[in-house]
Design a protein around this ligand. Structure first.
Ligand SMILES: NC(=O)c1ccc[n+]([C@@H]2O[C@H](COP(=O)([O-])OP(=O)(O)OC[C@H]3O[C@@H](n4cnc5c(N)ncnc54)[C@H](OP(=O)(O)O)[C@@H]3O)[C@@H](O)[C@H]2O)c1
Length: 271
């Protein structure tokens, strides 16, 4: 039995993971901004946590830690897509808000988790970033950049923690179906934006990819394996075969100019 703290346990990947872990016998502290959204299950402890405020999220984490005694695993999963639109229309407040939920809040939770794991002597932190950190989606610059920043920070910690009993793992999902992550984009009326036709082109491809994508349970099973593995990999990509295996493999060897050409064609820009 492990003691596990997971953010964003009310929906999508976090919900599937929290349920899988609680059902197999782990004690799970799962967070949401509204604890009524956390399923009432044996071994599931609901925690109110809001990524938009570092002070209150620290208090939420410390209260859960006091209740648990220690955490064997902390999973930084909660996240949102705060903006879909052209860069020239992006406000600095929107950009800050995206970095707050995807980077600053996650780093604060890593900081608190590592301090308690150092005191306990061991632990595992799993950061759910995104394949978008490596293969960016057009018109989603703030999200892509925030995920890339978190992936880079995760790698820094991996080097820093070498030789300790603490492992940090970067989980990069490709498109995953049946989550609420893309609802804000799906409900945006793109006709009001500059470059609306290009945005709609990108969304048509992204929407088609998401509808054909695997369900959150695939990521949940992968996270459970990472928790159990004696020697987990530093980074895993989870998703459909093309996104999780073929595209990142090819991308690794391409010159930047060809990568950009490939993404432009994939999203039907320039047709
Ligand atoms: N779905 C995909 O295709 C995909 C692909 C790559 C990476 N990811 C990453 O996977 C993670 C989970 O996403 P998902 O697809 O499962 O999305 P989701 O269904 O929208 O779930 C997001 C979770 O994060 C929580 N959350 C959102 N904003 C929050 C905030 N400001 N403060 C506290 N909690 C907040 C939500 O909880 P409440 O609303 O109840 O507070 C919810 O439980 C995210 O980090 C996402 O970037 C997803």
């Amino acid at each position: 039995m492990k003691r596990i703290f997971i953010t964003g346990a009310s929906s999508g990947i976090g919900l599937a993971t929290a349920k899988l872990l609680a059902e197999r016998g782990d004690e799970v502290w799962g967070t949401s901004r509204d604890i009524a959204r956390i399923p009432q299950l044996p071994r599931m402890h609901a925690v109110r946590l809001d990524l938009s405020d570092n002070v209150s999220l620290g208090e939420s984490f410390r209260a859960a830690l006091r209740e648990a005694g220690h955490f064997d695993v902390v999973i930084n999963n909660a996240g949102d897509i705060g903006y879909f639109g052209p860069t020239e229309s992006l406000s600095i407040e929107t950009l800050y808000a995206q970095f707050q939920t995807v980077v600053f809040a996650h780093i604060e939770l890593c900081r608190l988790a590592l301090a308690s794991m150092r005191a306990h002597g061991s632990g595992r932190v799993i950061n759910v970033t995104s394949l978008a950190a490596r293969l960016p989606v057009p018109f989603m610059g703030p999200y892509n950049a925030a995920k890339a920043a978190m992936a880079s920070f995760t790698m820094s910690m991996q080097v820093e923690l070498e030789g300790s009993e603490i492992r940090v793992i970067d989980v990069q999902p490709g498109d995953i179906h049946d989550t609420k992550l893309h609802d804000a984009i799906a409900n945006t009326s793109m006709g009001d934006w500059p470059h609306a036709a290009r945005m709609e082109c990108v969304w048509r491809v992204a929407d088609r990819n998401i509808k054909a994508a695997p369900k959150p349970e695939l990521v949940a099973r992968q996270i459970a394996q990472l928790i159990d593995s004696r020697n987990p990999p530093a980074r895993v990509t989870v998703g459909g075969f093309f996104q999780a295996v073929v595209a990142p493999f090819i991308f690794r060897f391409l010159p930047q100019r060809v990568r950009i050409w490939g993404l432009k064609n994939h999203y039907r820009l320039g047709h």
